[in-house]
Design a protein around this ligand. Structure first.
Ligand SMILES: [Fe+2]
Length: 386
């Protein structure tokens, strides 16, 4: 098979071991720093790592959701020279760690860092950040196997730090770290993984390999995400969703995302819609939109969902209904907000990947139709009254 776009991911993925045991093997003899969030201090995972691996050179446990530039600057300032950084947490922690090692590799010089974030100026050839060992505690972002991280700028503008040296050197997958995820976080992150897989299929950069990975990820999520929400302590279900997220991350690493992610960003920036929810509520409408030109391109999605291509939109809407997407979305937005986001719904680098051209007007129509479906008046009344 000759791929028009080579599949590449240098991250060594470890699975099937307890996270502390896996880390002990990887950290043997190395100096290291632990980056995490306050929650993991409380839940005991940090203590477990320290018991097994000894103390880190620094413990940076103040990463919050959706890390911004000041967060990354603070982390980089506190980051000592070490052999490796362990990032324990969800996508926000792993992305913040990527930002911090990137800024440190630029000698904490904010100017080239901000030029990279704002203008996409490439990082220098000599760029050599401290390697990251990613230990994901959610199942959705795929950040453990991609070379970019989301950093939020002023006025809630989304930026990406990106370089092939930012692929984590290792990813340690232990589903035991996912059992504490509340239902809404399990849903939002699982939907993020679904969106990554579907967006890699209706993507101009797709390949045979990414289609195969996406199909498997979609099928696994369709079969197990709802069950994982209902049985949060079931380690087998957590493991299935974790692997689906990994496969979705691997597909996205080759293709990047497309229209659904482009439309999502203002919903997160202006209305705090969780990323995974924001990038998935439009999936049924985008499926309708994208199947107009060449329905056969959506075949890996149909096979993953175990339906026909024609049935994809309704199949997704029914499944999202079972998952509770509507009431959750209605807690953040009303259908009319789509009309207030004029000029914000197209992020060129994402929308340009979509197999069918999508402009601002088409994006607004897609968002409005999706909101009309998931947040009808009765849903809004219920959200207000609860
Ligand atoms: Fe995403």
């Amino acid at each position: 098979m000759v791929l028009k776009r080579p599949f590449h991911c240098p991250t060594v993925v470890a699975q099937g071991q307890d996270f502390d045991e896996a880390l002990a093997g990887l950290l043997d003899g190395k100096s290291w720093v632990l980056v995490t969030s306050a929650g993991w201090l409380m839940r005991g995972a940090v203590g477990k790592i320290q018991n097994r691996c000894g103390p880190p050179r620094a413990l940076l446990a103040n990463v919050c959701s959706n890390p911004d530039v000041p967060t990354v600057v603070g982390l980089a300032d506190e980051l000592p020279d070490v052999d490796t950084v362990v990032a324990l947490g969800g996508g926000s922690v792993i992305d913040a760690a990527k930002g911090a090692v990137a800024l440190k590799a630029l000698s904490n010089n904010l100017r080239p860092f901000m030029t990279h974030l704002r203008d996409g100026e490439p990082l220098p050839d000599s760029f050599a950040p401290i390697p990251i060992i990613a230990v994901p505690t959610t199942s959705g972002t795929g950040s453990e196997v991609t070379c970019w991280g989301t950093i939020w700028g002023e006025d809630r503008i989304k930026h990406s730090v990106s370089h092939t040296s930012l692929y984590p050197s290792n990813a340690v997958l232990d589903p035991a770290l996912c059992v504490s995820m509340p239902g809404n976080l399990t849903l939002a992150t699982g939907l993020d993984a679904l969106s990554h897989a579907m967006e890699s299929v209706w993507n101009r950069r797709h390949t045979e390999v990414t289609d195969a990975l996406a199909e498997k990820a979609i099928r696994t999520l369709r079969r197990h995400l709802l069950a994982a929400m209902r049985e949060p302590n079931d380690i087998v279900l957590r493991s299935r969703v974790q692997i689906a997220s990994l496969l979705s991350g691997l597909t996205m690493g080759t293709t990047q995302t497309a229209a659904a992610h482009s439309i999502s960003y203002p919903f997160t920036a202006h209305f705090d819609v969780p990323h995974g929810l924001a990038c998935s509520f439009t999936l049924p409408e985008i499926a309708r939109y994208n199947m107009k030109d060449d329905p056969s391109r959506l075949l890996p999605i149909a096979e993953g969902l175990e339906c026909s291509v024609d049935e994809i939109p309704e199949h997704l809407e029914k499944w999202f209904g079972e998952l509770g997407v509507g009431p959750l979305l209605a807690a953040y937005v009303t259908p009319d907000v789509a009309d207030t986001l004029e000029g914000n719904l197209i992020t060129r680098s994402r929308a340009a990947n979509n197999i069918r051209s999508v402009d601002e007007e088409a994006a607004r129509r897609i968002a409005r139709l999706a909101l009309n479906y998931f947040c009808p008046a009765s849903e809004l009344d219920a959200a207000v009254n609860n």
